[in-house]
Design a protein around this ligand. Sequence first.
Ligand code: ZN
Length: 304
Amino acid sequence: MKEQEDAGIDIVTDGEQARQHFVHGFLERIEGVDFARRVTMGIRNNRYDAEVPTVTGPLRRKSNIHGFEAKIARAHTRRRLKFTLPGPMTIVDTIADAHYGDKVALAMAFAALLNEEARELAEIGVDVVQFDEPAFNVYMEEVTEWGIAALHRAAEDLPCKTAVHICYGYGIKANIDWKSSLGAEWRQYEAIFPALATSRIDQVSVECAGAKVPLDLLGLLNGKEVLLGAIDVASERVETPEEVAATIEQASRFVPVERLFPCTNCGMAPMDRSLAIRKLVALSADAALARRRFDHSAVEEGCG
Ligand code: ZN
């Protein structure tokens, strides 16, 4: 977190340093999830195989899950603090089920536990709870059918800001291959942004740097705060201030600058540490450049 502060990041996170995986870290302390019963299954619509635990009984938190990490993070920064949790649809897509037998019922059961956890995080002093939903870019029809309803359940009555992060994934080979199959324009956001615009979630975090996402789609998020992915986490090249200022400038044609917050495309957990720091410094410098142009903006880090 000190490195984020030194890099000039305004909204910092614990970087999920205490978790082995952004989904399984949450699942480890839930009764009804059996890690001894692991199965290999295709996830994100069979984009890649993952070894996942199995739901074998009714779900219940054994205790608070991430409170210890949140308290440490809160004690070590005066800046605004974001905390990330996996979203219900992405959890359901990253676990095997031998108990509920119904995807939506399972998602709602996880959403209730996420809500309990998120309320405790807000009490600790977390300023933003972000639900990471990379699955939203894969099952677009289900997002409107039940994905946003599950997200609302997870975010119900939270006193802090709420965000949903929807990306094209970490820079692993399976994701890079998938992206190259998506054609000249990535229009997945087009199918889900109108429903997100009318949702009760405050902020939407999206991937825009080095992506083939037409930035005019951001206009569909009318009224929302947009966390603009302006640093590519799938590339080892550090962006220049001019490049990212240009991304911010293009996005500002579709989102009022007071609702635009530059951040990274996704989390940097798999990235070389020194490279990640240089990218954060670039993000901050980029935003400073844009701020001089627009006289505004805050910078944040920490997507999924
Ligand atoms: Zn992500």
